[in-house]
Design a protein around this ligand. Structure first.
Ligand code: ATP
Length: 337
């Protein structure tokens, strides 16, 4: 059964097209990961799902409820843990959770029971009665997660839940998410940590440029890439022409598939090889064409390879590209002042 159904979402911020026809179906009781570089549109999609933002067009259904037409009913079913946490500094963690429980109209005994349970599950007992102003990032994030879970939502939506966190906070959060999933809660989380998504998610969607470019179970996505992944260079930094020549040579070798030029990594070549005899042949063919091998590494396919195959860049390259675009915009704004 599908719990979340996002259909063809479009969202502009002024001239920036943040969502470009994003569609997604999340099965009930699954832990679903949205993976993508900074700026891909993950937060925008999650905020629309949680009725905090309206799309320019498209549809949003949660448990069959049209969330754009009936946001109140949709909100009752979900808990949202945002990327940026705004906690009142004067209140203690417990006071803040009580306030949150009252906003959800929970009975006092039910509210206090839930606070006790979450305090213990998220290892917050030592500091829950201290003022929030003294909390570390990991403490704040755990408290925020507890606030999102107080009303026992059937859907928990988390935006980059462990970004910048210490190992203890991260593993407490991962553990809780696994427990919630096994007790039937549907979890949708966004992340740009491959490791996090691999460790937690049953299914993922890779988002790039405001739309889904690949989706499925992580293992299935990796299997689609076939055999081992090879990255090779014929010199430390090639150029486009040379990379294209090498690519043509490689594509003519049996057992070599999906040759992609990684422009952001000195025009190195990424390919999939199927069979042990392929690598020696590859060396021979390159030597015959007067190319020395500068470097060659071989690995099992990762989610980053899935991303590279779909977009022609790695996740990190995509983030660097978006960050430099941002810097350029900033520089030109400053220059205009
Ligand atoms: P991150 O992981 O950094 O939060 P993201 O994948 O969640 O990235 P979004 O925050 O949804 O991406 O941003 C998508 C695009 O929309 C980016 O180009 C971003 O700069 C732009 N954007 C997001 N919010 C706004 C806003 N309030 N005003 C203008 N542009 C925005």
């Amino acid at each position: 059964m599908v719990l979340i159904d996002l259909q063809n979402l479009i969202k502009f911020y002024g001239p920036v097209k943040a969502l470009n026809g994003l569609s997604l179906k999340v099965p009930k009781s699954s832990l679903y990961g949205l993976l993508g570089p900074n700026g891909a549109g993950k937060t925008t999609a999650l905020r629309i799902l949680c009725t905090l933002l309206s799309p320019d067009s498209g549809k949003v259904f949660i448990s069959g409820i049209d969330a754009l037409k009936d946001p109140r009913s949709a909100r009752k079913r979900l808990g949202y843990v945002a990327q940026e946490i705004a906690l009142d500094k004067i209140l203690t963690g417990r006071e803040l959770l009580k306030l949150q429980g009252d906003l959800y109209h929970l009975q006092n005994n039910e509210r206090d029971e839930q606070i006790e349970k979450l305090t213990s599950r998220l290892n917050m007992a030592d500091w829950i009665d201290r003022r929030c102003g003294s909390y570390s990032g990991g403490m704040r994030r755990r408290l925020d997660l507890a606030a999102g879970l107080l009303h026992r939502p059937e859907l928990l939506v988390l935006d980059e839940p462990t970004v910048g966190l210490d190992i203890e906070s991260r593993s407490a959060i991962w553990q809780l998410l696994r427990e919630l999933k096994s007790s039937g809660t549907t979890i949708l989380l966004s992340s740009h940590y491959l490791e996090e998504v691999e460790a937690l998610a049953d299914q993922i969607a890779i988002i790039d440029g405001g739309r889904v470019i690949a989706e499925g179970a992580p293992d299935d996505l990796k299997k689609c890439l076939g055999g081992d992944r090879v990255t090779l260079r014929v010199r430390e930094f090639s150029d486009e022409d040379e990379a294209q020549i090498v690519r043509k040579i490689l594509l003519n070798i049996g057992g070599v598939q999906q040759v992609v030029i990684n422009r952001a990594q000195g025009f190195s070549l990424n390919l999939v090889v199927d069979g042990e005899e392929v690598l020696p042949r590859l060396r021979e063919e390159l030597l015959e064409a007067k190319f020395d091998l500068f470097s060659l590494s071989q690995s099992r396919p990762s989610l980053d390879d899935v991303y590279l195959q779909a977009t022609g860049r790695t996740l990190m390259d995509a983030e660097l590209a978006i960050a430099s675009k941002r810097d350029l915009k900033l520089e030109s704004k400053q220059a205009m002042r």
